[in-house]
Design a protein around this ligand. Structure first.
Ligand SMILES: [Fe+2]
Length: 578
């Protein structure tokens, strides 16, 4: 500890000096600092002089603002709080409270709340129902906003309060809930921040982190492949919209989500997913519909968009968690529609392997050269998981197009393994060439093969499967969420990314990157294939993440972690004794 801190008489002096220094760095005026402290400016002057006289510590004068009207600049306050925390940490070390333990089993509901703003009563009541049914703990992260036009804030300069029923659940510290997950209760973000997670990639080291903010955002940060990627996410809010009548305020209102994050801590792992309130506050979570008064089972989810399939390299544990058995995602939620991205890897003749003699040698000696064998693995995957009363959609992604590329660039004279099949496909491809208004087209090679294999089974569930053309629109269940884009091609032919799709506007679910994310209305799934695919190298943000669409169009990303997609004690929360 520095000499300066030793010389200070007491904790009150130390606290004052730390705050005063933070105010200097945040460029608060003397009047703003005094208003924040709820004292008169002269009191600040006297306190500074007193400390100087007693300890010799000569603090720089805070500038005076003669035109101060009582309204403190909230951006400055945010900076001030950040600097104040940094100063405290430099004196005392990180103030994380560690509630983790190796055998912990606990469900948490985490949401956020705005100061001086009414709660969404229906949603809050539904959360309390959830809390009772699942023996869960409720955590509310407070955040601040100043809206002079607000019924509750307008005439009240001291609007630093939160709705009374929230009081028992407010968390204002950084808390480690379990191994690898921290709740950042100490950070009060502006609700109008357009990218609330920006700049926070490293703030929790290797741990995942949850931030209180009304706009839903989720991203994964690369970690070495042996570890789960770091997940950063916001919570959504349980308070009603309360924004200024400005452009920033309107943008904040547009992205205001009545939502919460469910976290299930289960020993050495955790599961997380969002829930989103309807107008009356009711929400879906997995097979239950929670209302302000009760919960009930509702039937089937509308859609399942698993992470990119890559059937030739499927992760067996993930396939089991997704599809197999009564306790799998499909077994419990029984989706009406499945949308499969990157089902076909086209490993046998993928253009990425061109001139790679080692892979060519391996394929030759270990029997991985046959194109039809690979296609059959993909068709078998679809057949294996097609059930009565459901339907499959196959968007047209880049891996499927590797088949077309082989038909265009392959040389059958140098490929005796596939020569006859190549000519079979080419003969029929030419036979399907049609003139369009702007050029020529032919069949989708994978689709045609599924229906007309040369000497294999092909796809049996052909009546329950639709193959989409590139960028063909797909809505399911009458819900306006675009599911036809794979995610590799962005605007005007550029490379696709979750951010480029977010700029388009409509809600969508995309694949391709293998890294889950939520930006604006775009949800991005992870991968169902193995995390150590041949072309994956370096630190990875890939996860086994899948998207479900509920009957009201709300969505949730479901992570399969260690072969499990929800807590092992799900529906037995009241029986946990550890
Ligand atoms: Fe993929």
């Amino acid at each position: 500890m520095s000499k300066e801190n030793n010389d200070l008489d007491n904790d009150q002096d130390k606290e004052f000096v730390a705050k005063y220094k933070a105010a200097l760095r945040a460029k608060l005026s003397r009047e703003e600092f005094a208003a924040y402290q709820e004292v008169l400016p002269n009191s600040i002057v006297r306190r500074r002089l007193s400390i100087s006289t007693r300890t010799g510590l000569d603090l720089v004068l805070l500038e005076s603002d003669s035109e101060f009207d009582g309204a403190v600049d909230l951006e400055k306050i945010e900076k001030f709080e950040k600097y104040y925390k940094e100063i405290l940490d430099s004196h005392h070390g990180p103030q994380t409270m560690d509630y983790s333990s190796s055998n912990k089993k606990q469900v948490y509901i985490i949401t956020a709340a705005q100061n001086a703003t009414r709660i969404h009563q229906g949603f809050f009541s539904a959360l309390l129902q959830y809390k009772e049914y699942r023996n869960a703990e409720l955590i509310v992260i407070p955040y601040r906003y100043r809206n002079p036009a607000s019924v509750w804030m307008g005439a009240d300069k001291k609007s630093d309060w939160w709705w009374e029923p929230l009081r028992p659940f407010i968390l204002e510290n950084q808390v480690k809930l379990c191994d690898g997950l921290e709740i950042m209760g100490q950070i009060k973000m502006q609700p109008t921040a357009t990218t609330p997670l920006s700049g926070l990639d490293t703030i929790t080291g290797v741990n995942s982190a949850v931030f209180g903010h009304p706009k839903i955002q989720l991203k994964t940060v690369p970690t070495p492949q042996s570890k789960l990627p770091k997940i950063l996410t916001t919570t959504g809010s349980c308070t009603e919209e309360n924004y200024t009548d400005t452009k920033t305020g309107h943008k904040g209102k547009f992205h205001h989500n009545i939502s919460a994050l469910i976290v299930e801590v289960d020993g050495d792992k955790f599961h997380m997913r969002h829930v989103h309130g309807d107008e009356d506050g009711s929400f879906y979570d997995l097979e239950y519909y929670y209302t302000p008064r009760s919960r009930s089972k509702y039937g089937r989810v509308i859609g399942l968009i698993p992470g990119d399939i890559h059937a030739e390299f499927i992760d067996k544990k993930v396939e089991s968690a997704l599809f197999t058995g009564p306790d799998s995602i499909v077994g419990v939620l029984d989706p009406k529609f499945h949308v499969y991205h990157d089902i076909e890897d086209f490993y046998a003749r993928n253009h990425h392997h061109k001139n790679n003699d080692v892979i060519a040698y391996g394929k030759h000696h270990y029997g991985r050269n046959n194109v039809q064998d690979g296609l059959q693995i993909s068709a078998d995957f679809i057949d294996r998981h097609t059930r009565p009363n459901m339907f499959n959609y196959i968007p047209r992604p880049n891996h499927d197009e590797a088949f077309d590329r082989w038909l265009q660039e392959g040389d059958p004279k140098l490929d005796p393994e596939n020569a006859r099949f190549y000519h079979y496909m080419k003969f029929n491809q030419y036979g399907h060439v049609e003139m369009t208004d702007t050029g020529f087209s032919t069949f989708n090679a994978f689709e045609w093969w599924c229906k007309n294999p040369l000497n294999k089974k092909g796809l049996q569930a052909i009546e329950q499967t639709k193959f989409l053309q590139r960028d063909q629109h797909l809505f399911i269940g009458g819900i306006e969420i675009e599911l036809g884009f794979h995610g590799d091609q962005g605007n005007n032919g550029g490379r696709g990314s979750i951010n480029s799709f977010a700029k388009i506007g409509p809600k969508s679910v995309i694949g391709h990157s293998h890294s889950p994310g939520i930006v604006e209305g775009v949800y991005q799934v992870g991968v169902t294939g193995r995390l150590d695919l041949e072309y994956a190298s370096g630190p990875s943000s890939w996860m086994h993440t899948h998207c479900i669409i509920y009957p009201n169009g709300s969505r949730a990303l479901i992570n399969v972690v260690g072969g499990e997609w929800r807590a092992s004690y799900y529906d037995k929360e009241h029986d946990i004794t550890s």
